[in-house]
Design a protein around this ligand. Structure first.
Ligand SMILES: Cc1cc2nc3c(=O)[nH]c(=O)nc-3n(C[C@H](O)[C@H](O)[C@H](O)COP(=O)(O)OP(=O)(O)OC[C@H]3O[C@@H](n4cnc5c(N)ncnc54)[C@H](O)[C@@H]3O)c2cc1C
Length: 289
């Protein structure tokens, strides 16, 4: 059933919003993405971020998109992954980002595509965060990733929580979660972090649901759980895209309402380089003012 709660609520203080994009592969894609960004800028995001292919595969595309966002007058965060990198390459790229006027990073380990050797001088994202602080002091606001449903390679939930704590202690300013569809997992993760004395803001990463097959594929790869009731509903709609989108909007909006009511400090949207689904969610949540 569609949620009516946001429509009947008193106006509330607007939560900070951020939008994530990935670098496009073609000039046509870049033109389309510019138009998408302009639509989303209407929502006055705190910042927009651009993903970075592990192993440096999208270095030029990521930095170009970050530069464009800055030139459009919006704060931009460059994702930055360290797997396979050396101190020297990271140092050079940090200098490049500083010269561009970038003030925000999302510091990650990343996943190397199969076929790449591991190599490199950084093992974990916490090593990268520590190195960024050593090299550049407080020049960058550093975000890190965290996983309310546990990173797929973690030895245990406790080990993964400790890995997040290590990133916070190495100097991360805030964290963005992997997407999830179970608000309780987020609240538990935040409570567990607070119990360890980690007070770093933990921003939910929100994935709009627009396609059943795409969602299943991504979730299998990144370890995000699709609850059985959502999976079954999506399967039952088959190719009926309109029903998938309508259901996805209801389900994700209801979860976001719980997150907001439960104290989420901001919302970060995995836009998949599309504006429509994110805008629909923000409108449903009354966050489009
Ligand atoms: C918000 C967000 C943005 C992302 N953006 C990108 C992107 O732009 N490009 C990209 O390639 N990927 C991106 N990813 C995916 C991410 O790179 C993968 O999830 C990757 O596998 C882990 O990266 P991390 O920075 O969380 O790694 P880490 O924090 O280093 O953790 C990796 C694994 O190592 C374990 N670990 C960490 N420290 C230790 C330790 N000291 N001892 C033992 N185990 C340890 C952790 O539990 C975890 O299992 C993003 C993910 C999120 C949530």
């Amino acid at each position: 059933m569609p949620s009516t709660r946001a429509a009947t609520q008193e106006p509330h203080v607007r939560l900070p919003l951020s939008f994530e994009f990935f670098p496009t592969k073609t000039p046509e894609g870049a033109v389309k993405l510019r138009a998408v960004r302009q639509q989303l800028y209407e929502m006055k995001p705190e910042f927009c971020s651009v993903t970075y292919g592990a192993g440096g595969s999208t270095h030029a595309g990521t930095f170009a998109a970050v530069g464009e966002i800055l030139s459009e007058g919006v704060d931009a965060a460059s994702h930055f992954s360290c797997i396979g990198a050396t101190r020297a390459t990271v140092r050079t790229q940090l200098a490049e980002l500083k010269t561009m006027g970038v003030k925000r990073l999302v510091a990650l380990r990343g996943d190397l595509p199969s076929g790449y050797g591991v190599g490199g001088e950084f093992q974990y994202a916490s090593d990268l965060v520590g190195f960024i602080r050593e090299e550049t002091g407080r020049d960058f606001h550093v975000e890190v990733a965290c996983y309310p449903e546990v990173h797929p390679q973690a030895r245990s939930p406790e080990a993964d929580l400790q890995a997040f704590a290590a990133k916070a202690r190495a100097g991360a300013d805030s964290a963005i979660t992997q997407y999830f569809f179970n608000a309780d997992a987020y609240f538990r993760f935040v409570d567990d972090a607070r119990r360890l004395g980690i007070d770093t803001p933990i921003v939910p990463g929100v994935m709009p649901i627009t396609s059943s097959t795409q969602l299943m594929r991504f979730s299998d790869a990144c370890g995000a759980e699709i609850p059985r009731w959502i999976r079954l509903r999506l399967q039952s709609y088959g190719d009926d895209t309109a029903s998938i989108k309508a259901f996805g909007l209801d389900a994700v909006a209801q979860m976001c309402e719980r997150l907001c009511a439960g104290g989420a400090p901001a919302l970060h949207f995995y836009t998949m380089n599309q504006a429509t689904a994110t805008l629909a969610l923000l409108e449903r949540l009354g966050l489009n003012a």
